[in-house]
Write a protein that binds this ligand. Structure first.
Ligand SMILES: *Cc1c(COP(=O)(O)O)cnc(C)c1O
Length: 380
């Protein structure tokens, strides 16, 4: 079997991107590099649909969050962390490491955050400097109502909305200004069709004002220093040059497809996958599924990792299982980034074979039949 990467990050990288990254690297203090980075910066603002500055950092998504805590706050500041999964939990833990007071508003894993509870926390803590929210909680597959939270935070001058958009940017229509997002973070290895190693964040004027007042120690992730350098198409330190060459190509591919078509493709693949799972007598885990991945409850009677291991050992496919409290309880498949309708058919076919071998009861072919009319719309 060919190797197939169908996990929610890292995701597959197109040949076009791989081949430009295989070329000899540029020295970064050259006009040639500056030309590439200038183009990337323009295209990133297009992808983010924003006038806010979008900064590029050489690190994984978690590094960009470290930059957030180091740049916009001071020790002792209060933040409201909207949890409900592994990533929400991570940002709360990280904030505490930096000496912030964390007010947790947690949803049960798989449920969407409760906006009323966030509103209540904001009234209880008028001094809060930020609300942190994950748009697409990849660990559970749930989408959170960051837009409604944005409407609450927008009015407050000293309070930011920071959104983890790592599996939302490039998947659906998320817009910093419209949605009230001050800092929107994403990473290279999800919808951007790149290997891991780059992270991005857009920064509003309100956030830059807090940046000036922040007393948190920082060095590598000094965003004021990065802003100054990146405004001249340079970076403060040696950037991941090969990845940035790849970024220019992946963003060019995204522009060729266009945002409307990208969002429609993701919505179509997500809808087809959800309908297909139900046709296989499988239950979706999240109450409000995101379009970037589908998270499915392990059927009763199967060994906890029967599907993950079956796909890995007998079909050479990587998907993802559940983490922490969801270990052995769910499996997660992606339809994000360099994915198309035929990838969904492939995944469903392989899943049916494994489910049959494992003795799960369903009508063979049911998932394909259910997904077919939806996926067929992509054959334009
Ligand atoms: C993948 C992911 C991250 C983690 O980022 P790293 O690049 O592994 O540091 C954070 N948040 C979400 C929602 C993700 O999907």
């Amino acid at each position: 079997m060919k190797y197939r990467l169908l996990a929610p990050g890292p995701t597959p990288v197109p040949d076009r991107v791989l081949s430009v990254m295989a070329r000899s690297i540029y020295h970064h203090r050259t006009p040639a590099f500056e030309k590439i980075f200038a183009d990337c910066r323009k295209k990133l603002q297009w992808l983010y649909q924003t006038e806010h500055e979008v900064l590029t950092l050489s690190c994984s998504g978690t590094g960009a969050f470290e930059a957030v805590f180091q740049n916009f706050f001071s020790p002792g500041d209060v933040i409201i962390n909207v949890g409900g999964g592994k990533f929400g939990e991570r940002w709360g833990q990280m904030a505490r490491v930096f000496g912030l007071e964390v007010v947790s508003v947690d949803a049960p894993w798989g449920q969407a955050a409760d906006v009323d509870k966030v509103a209540h926390a904001l009234t209880q803590h008028p001094e809060a400097k930020a609300v942190i929210c994950v748009a697409s909680e990849t660990s559970t597959g749930a989408r959170h109502p960051y837009e409604a939270i944005g409407a609450l935070v927008k009015e407050k001058t000293g309070c930011l909305l920071v959104v983890d958009g790592i599996t939302a940017v490039g998947v659906w229509d998320i817009k910093p200004e419209r949605d009230g997002i001050d800092v929107l973070v994403t990473g290279s290895q999800k919808a951007l069709m790149l290997p891991p190693g780059l992270a991005f964040l857009s920064v509003s004027d309100k956030a830059w004002r807090l940046q000036e007042k922040s007393k948190m120690p920082r060095y590598y992730f000094d965003l004021a220093k990065e802003r100054k350098a990146q405004n001249t198409n340079q970076t403060a330190y040696t950037p991941a040059v090969s990845l940035m060459v790849g970024l220019q190509e992946s963003l060019a591919m995204m522009q060729e497809e266009g945002l409307a078509k990208i969002f429609a493709r993701h919505a179509r693949m997500a809808k087809a996958t959800r309908v297909a799972m139900k046709a296989l007598n499988l239950e979706l885990f999240p109450a409000t599924p995101a379009d970037s991945l589908t998270s499915v409850c392990m059927p009763a009677g199967l060994k906890p990792n029967a599907i993950y291991a079956g796909l890995r050992d007998r079909a050479n496919i990587t998907i993802a299982g559940g983490q922490d409290q969801l270990k052995g309880k769910i499996f997660r498949v992606a339809h994000m980034g360099y994915f198309d309708e035929l990838d969904v058919f492939t995944l469903l076919s392989a899943l049916e074979v494994i489910l049959l071998q494992e003795g799960h009861a369903f009508t063979p072919g049911a998932s394909i039949a259910a997904a077919m009319p939806i996926l067929a719309e992509g054959f334009a």
